[in-house]
Structure formats: C-alpha cells, structure tokens
Design a protein around this ligand. Structure first.
Ligand SMILES: *Cc1c(COP(=O)(O)O)cnc(C)c1O
Length: 388
C-alpha cells in the first residue's frame, strides 16, 4: 500500500499565518519596525509568565546575547552538554570563552551529578570565583539545554550554580511550552528558572517564524541590555551614537507576524504531540528490543521530538534510517557528540559514557504537529517490520 512521504518535522500553518504576514506586507512594515515584533514579544512573555521577552534573528543569536549579558567572555569557561545541537555550544566560542563538555542523564539532558563531580574534583573556589585547576580559567556558567522538550534537572543545577557562583543559562530552544508541575519550580516554564533563557523559532521547532529567537531573563536590566545589543547598541534615538559593540540580531516584522499566528496554535500543537507520543509508546515501546524514551513525569513537556532507543535491537541507527527512508518515512539519528567534532576535539570533558551510549542507539521518528494517527501507525508498523 502506498502512502505520501512522511517528514520528520515540518511547519504547520493552519491558522492565521497568511493573514498576518499579508497584513505586514500590505503595511510595508516588513523589516525591524512594525507592530508584530512587539506583539510577539508580549505574547511569548505572557505565555511563559515573564515581565518581558526580547525577539532576535535566531535562537543562536539569542544564545550569543545571553552569554554576553551574563558577562561571559575571554578567559572564561562554560559547562555545556556534549549531546546536543551545536548551536548551543558555538556561541560560547563567539564570546571568546571555552566549553567544557559534560555527559547526559537518561533524559538526554546535562547530568547534574557529572557537573558537580567535575566542579568538586577539578575546580577550587578562590575569592568567590570557581577556578579550573587544570587551565587556571574561571568557570563562569552552565549551559543547560532542555533536549527534545525534556526539562533538565533544574533544582540540582540551580543548587550547583548557587554553590559555585555560576550563571545558569537555559537553552530552551526545543522546549517552548514545557513547564514544571511539581517541586520548587512548580508552574515555571523552561527558560524562566535560571538567569537567562532562550527560545528558537527555526522551521523545525514547535512553532516557527521561518527563523527567529527570543530571550527572557530573571534580571530585568539584562533583558534590556540584550535588546540594546541586538539593535546595534544604538544609544541615541536620533543621532547615530552607539555606546558599545552591538549586533544586528533583530527579528523582522514579517517573521514576527508568522510568530503571532503560531502562538495562537501552540497549545493545540502540544496536544497533538502528546497524542502521537502516547500512540507511539503503545505501538512500539517494549517490542523488538525498542523503547520510546520518556519525558519527566514531574513536568508538562511539549514533547517536541520523540526518541526511539534501540535498546536490545540488532539493527543499527543506519539500518533504521535506510529501512524507513525506503518506505518514504524520514527519520534522523541523534547528534554526533560535539566534543568529537573537529572544532572541539581538544576541549576538556567529563567521562561521556552515557552520551556515547545514546549517540549509538537513538533515532528520532516523525513528530510533526499535523501528523495523523494513520501516519503514526504507518511509521510504527514499518519500524516494527524492519526491526523484527
Ligand atoms: C534549534 C536550536 C538552537 C538554535 O536555534 P536557531 O534558531 O536555529 O539558531 C540552539 N540550540 C538547540 C539545542 C537547538 O535545537
């Protein structure tokens, strides 16, 4: 039986996208002025319950600004996950700092136990600063990435950040809509717990503006600083005075028009993600040596990406990719460890045994927000057939 191509994750424009984008075009406000940017910033801020949000050209740009406003610069080091998308780590280099790679836990997020172990054995606190005994550099921040919509262990990470006087930056680019249901941060959204949080609206994210990002901070003057840096650090509205080195990291009104329409659909998108995730668990988990990785039960996750673990399965991730693609189904292996990539081979790291385990065994399966249950069944059936 033949079926159309089933993509991994593509945009879903069933709402007011065309209406608002056309409105922006008609108004001729297509660039960095116009009402949609402010509206989109306000919508995101209200949704994640923060006083303000700052729109940027991309999630990567938001992360770069997050590091700068946190005071991360030359001579500093940042603890980062080894198993994630490279855009969480490259900005550390843009800021002239160095990454230190840390292993993941069983939810694929940075492991606080490994973070703490590294700080305890490799660092000492001198005058309130955490100094890396190997390099002599100051460890300044933790980059906590909420991988695939799974919230990091925020209580443990926040405790560590406090003890070692570190800034906690949340890369919530994959986790818009994820929040804590229990514990110290009950009701708090991913991105709003640490010092700074970043979101992304790239085409594959849960909502998209084509390309774009957003930054929120628990220090209000930091958010204002990010806005200033993103707009070329212009310090006089009329004259061309600029009081520091700024960036053109603004979001355009066209992008924001798309974003406003997408925000109207976010909760609906998450409910589809949940429904399809539950279906995949029922259809696949525990069969043919396959598991579907869980999302933490003390959170409401946006369930952005679904991970199939080839636990006791003789097939490799390559076999799955090939077998699925022959049946017009797009799947994806999890990222190569960033610490193994050319630009980062020489960086310091903790043991990465867990990250290496998951790197070899995780495949992402279609999770688009308009994926029907019929499509999900085709995906599950094919997966079970090729792993038999
Ligand atoms: C998508 C993503 C980014 C970057 O966002 P862009 O908007 O594509 O620049 C950063 N970190 C992670 C973990 C991501 O998945």
């Amino acid at each position: 039986m033949s079926h159309p191509f089933i993509p991994l994750s593509v945009p879903n424009f069933e709402g007011n996208e065309e209406k608002y984008v056309n409105d922006a075009v008609k108004s001729t406000w297509v660039s960095t002025g116009g009402g949609y940017v402010t509206k989109f910033e306000e919508d995101i801020a209200a949704y994640v319950k923060m006083p303000r949000a700052v729109a940027t050209a991309s999630g990567t740009a938001a992360l770069h600004l997050a590091l700068i406003i946190s005071g991360v610069g030359a001579g500093h080091e940042v603890l980062v996950p080894a198993l994630t998308f490279i855009a969480a780590v490259n900005p550390v280099k843009y800021a002239n700092a160095q990454p230190i790679f840390v292993d993941c836990d069983d939810y694929l997020c940075i492991d606080p136990v490994k973070v703490k172990e590294f700080l305890q054995t490799n660092c000492q606190i001198v005058d309130g600063k955490t100094i890396n005994k190997t390099t002599g550099a100051q460890v300044k921040a933790i980059m906590a990435v909420h991988v695939f919509g799974n919230l990091c262990q925020m209580e443990a990470l926040m405790d560590i950040a406090k003890e070692y006087n570190l800034i906690l930056i949340e890369d919530a680019t994959e986790a818009l809509g994820t929040y804590c249901k229990e514990g110290r941060y009950a009701g708090k959204f991913a991105g709003t717990i640490g010092d700074v949080g970043c979101y992304s609206f790239n085409g594959n994210k849960i909502i998209t503006t084509g390309g774009g990002g957003m930054l929120v901070s628990n220090h209000d003057d930091w958010a204002a600083h990010a806005k200033h840096l993103s707009t070329q650090a212009k310090s006089d509205e009329v004259r061309f005075y600029h009081d520091e080195i700024g960036y053109n990291y603004r979001m355009t009104n066209l992008q924001a028009a798309l974003g406003v329409a997408q925000m109207e659909c976010l909760e609906k998108f998450i409910s589809v993600k949940e429904r399809n995730y539950d279906y995949y668990v029922k259809a696949i988990h525990g069969k043919n040596g396959l598991e579907i990785l869980p999302f933490r039960s003390d959170t409401r996750s946006n369930k952005w990406f679904y991970s199939v673990l080839l636990k006791d399965c003789e097939k490799s991730t390559d076999d799955i990719l090939k077998g699925m693609s022959e049946d017009k189904i797009q799947t994806r292996p999890i990222w190569a460890l960033i610490s193994d990539l050319e630009p980062y081979r020489d960086c310091q790291r903790t043991s990465l045994s867990n990250a290496n385990y998951y790197f070899k065994r995780v495949v992402n399966i279609p999770c688009t927000t308009n994926l029907t249950l019929e499509d999900a069944k085709i995906v599950a059936d094919r997966l079970l057939k090729i792993t038999k």
